[in-house]
Design a protein around this ligand. Structure first.
Ligand SMILES: Cc1cc2nc3c(=O)[nH]c(=O)nc-3n(C[C@H](O)[C@H](O)[C@H](O)COP(=O)(O)OP(=O)(O)OC[C@H]3O[C@@H](n4cnc5c(N)ncnc54)[C@H](O)[C@@H]3O)c2cc1C
Length: 534
């Protein structure tokens, strides 16, 4: 049994942010995550660092929170943010009064928005529809949610926190209104681990109610599915938003070598209902092509969905519910040492973490204050790295390697075939994979994907999968066929809803390669498929 001051449940951006904040204040803590870090809503979001403009008219509290946090995150976490800027555009038949309300609401909520001419907008974004009638520039940006989360985890670890992925909370033992023990299953080996925390923080996003039910409590929240489609190629320089009351199919985010279009808003009953459908894909392409017409003729590479845990159980449309967050001190419901946090945005995670940590610190009597708005998330000595490797490669690898850039570059430059490109879509080097294969957090091939982007590009792993596997085999005693089939199934789930035009042709090719050439269809998928559904 392990004693700790704080046990955090959930390794999405909220849990990771709380771990960093509390660890930097000197708290002793353990974070447990049932899957890999950022595999919940965090890794299934749009990757938009909001300026607040989207919420300025209808959700002013969220707008102000996003505006302030946007500035802070660009300062402390620039390694995972592309400061592209964004443009809100009105189309011919849109409500033009909305544009005026938008500008005055941005002013009131502290969101920096400036009207530009249609000509200026087209010069900045040549792919924009010629049908736009008004345009406004805002400081939206593109953020990598995987890196942001892992950056927080590593920063927390530097401050002595323990963070364990593949550790799932199963049960609470409650004694006289206090969670005395938390029973956790280690999913790497099936063993049971018992923690005895002074305070438990529930940062499990869409699963928050399930965790609360372990203490016989319930939380009023709404689960809202949003789907996105990854479009091949970067069609815009910055983010493009439709200037209207937030609706579905409004946003285009440039991300690495692709454009991500989204989203939808569909009420669901379970956090596991996270599959995008063909209807959603059709709808999103149609709507966003009104802003960027080339979307209609581009290849849709993949679709995915995430579940928004929204505050309250209002039965109206999910879009009507505020994107602000709620902190619940369950001592008011009779459990003294239990706190839940729900709602919010990726953009506002730091603020959420600060508020949770303030409450935890006051309960524990910690004196340290919050430093996360000032201290950079990670600091790496780039000069030394640039002396050892060409800068175009160094920039790419360093950006992804968090605190480990020196060790990753060492693998790439010193290991036999370390500089070989394994994934050409995302230019991932064998040395990078070989470094991460040995990392304590990596169990599946998809864990390597989240850390290096291998298999995330336009072939969706079709061409790099065997190179990836050969690197993993050198470093793991797991059954290689099992690893491979699990990864293929995971990638296929996202491709199913986009099987038309170019992507259909590509899938025929991959099908032939994987089954016709390598005969992987001979391996049973049943158990793995069920496992991934869970
Ligand atoms: C479709 C969509 C698009 C979005 N786009 C944006 C955007 O562009 N910009 C933005 O700022 N925000 C966006 N958001 C919001 C943002 O993604 C979320 O606010 C944020 O990711 C929530 O993070 P979280 O850590 O609270 O939850 P999650 O990321 O869901 O993390 C909760 C974690 O708890 C873990 N867990 C569950 N049960 C257990 C257990 N028993 N034991 C241990 N761990 C457990 C889960 O595995 C999960 O990893 C979007 C959300 C969605 C759904």
């Amino acid at each position: 049994m392990q004693r700790t001051e704080v046990l955090i449940i959930g390794g999405g951006i909220t849990g990771a942010g709380i771990a960093r904040d509390l660890a930097c204040r000197g708290a002793e803590l353990v974070l447990v995550e049932a899957s890999d870090f950022s595999n919940g809503a965090t890794g299934r979001c749009h990757g938009m660092l909001h300026s607040g403009a989207r919420y300025a008219v209808n959700d002013p509290i969220s707008a102000t929170e996003c505006a302030a946090e946007n500035t802070i995150l660009k300062r402390i976490a620039n390694f995972c943010i592309e400061d592209t800027g964004g443009i809100f555009v009105s189309l011919k038949n849109d409500d033009l009064d909305y544009a005026d309300r938008f500008l005055s609401s941005c002013k009131k909520t502290g969101v920096a928005a400036k009207e530009i001419t249609v000509e200026e907008a087209l010069k900045k974004e040549p792919m924009l529809s010629k049908e736009i009638v008004r345009a406004f520039e805002v400081p939206d940006a593109s953020v990598d949610p995987f890196l942001l989360t892992l950056g927080n985890i590593e920063s927390a670890r530097e401050a002595n926190a323990i963070a364990l992925n593949y550790h799932s909370v199963r049960e609470f033992e409650i004694n006289e209104g206090v969670i005395d023990k938390v029973i956790v299953e280690n999913l790497r080996n099936g063993s049971v681990e018992i923690f005895k925390p002074e305070i438990v923080v529930n940062a499990s996003g869409a699963w928050a109610n399930k965790i609360a039910s372990l203490a016989n409590l319930s939380i009023e929240m709404t689960l809202d599915k949003g789907s996105m489609v990854v479009i091949n190629g970067r069609l815009t320089n910055g983010l493009i938003n439709r200037l209207r009351k937030p609706s579905s199919g409004d946003i285009i985010v440039p991300s690495y070598s692709s454009s991500i279009i989204g989203t939808t808003s569909i009420r669901v009953d379970s956090p596991n209902e996270n599959k995008a459908t063909e209807e959603e894909v059709d709808f999103l392409i149609r709507e966003t092509a009104m802003m960027i017409p080339d979307i209609a003729i581009s290849r849709a590479v993949r679709a995915y969905a995430g579940i928004r845990p929204l505050c309250g159980s209002d039965r109206s449309c999910g879009r009507e519910i505020s994107r602000t967050f709620q902190l619940i001190d369950h001592s008011e419901q009779g459990i003294e040492n239990f706190i839940s946090v729900i709602g919010g945005k990726l953009t506002t995670y730091r603020l959420m973490a600060e508020r949770v940590s303030d409450l935890v610190a006051s309960k524990l009597g910690l004196s340290g204050s919050c430093k996360t708005a000032i201290d950079p998330l990670l600091s790496v000595n780039r000069e030394d790295i640039h002396a050892r490797i060409a800068s175009s490669i160094a920039n790419r690898v360093v950006r992804k390697s968090l605190l480990f850039a020196n060790d990753v570059i060492q693998r790439c430059t010193e290991e036999l075939r370390g500089m070989e490109v394994v994934c050409s879509c995302e230019e991932v080097l064998r040395g990078e994979l070989s470094y991460w294969c040995n990392h304590q957090d990596v169990k599946e091939l998809s864990d390597l994907m989240r850390r290096t982007r291998v298999g995330m590009g336009y072939c969706q792993g079709g061409l790099c999968i065997f190179g990836l596997l050969s690197t993993m085999i050198d470093h793991s005693d797991r059954d290689p066929m099992e690893l491979l089939v699990r990864f293929i199934i995971e990638r296929e789930r996202g491709v199913e809803p986009v099987l038309f035009r170019g992507q259909l042709k590509e899938e025929f090719f991959k099908e032939h390669l994987i089954n016709g050439v390598y005969h992987l269809d001979a391996y049973s998928r049943g158990e793995y498929e069920k496992d991934l559904e869970r």
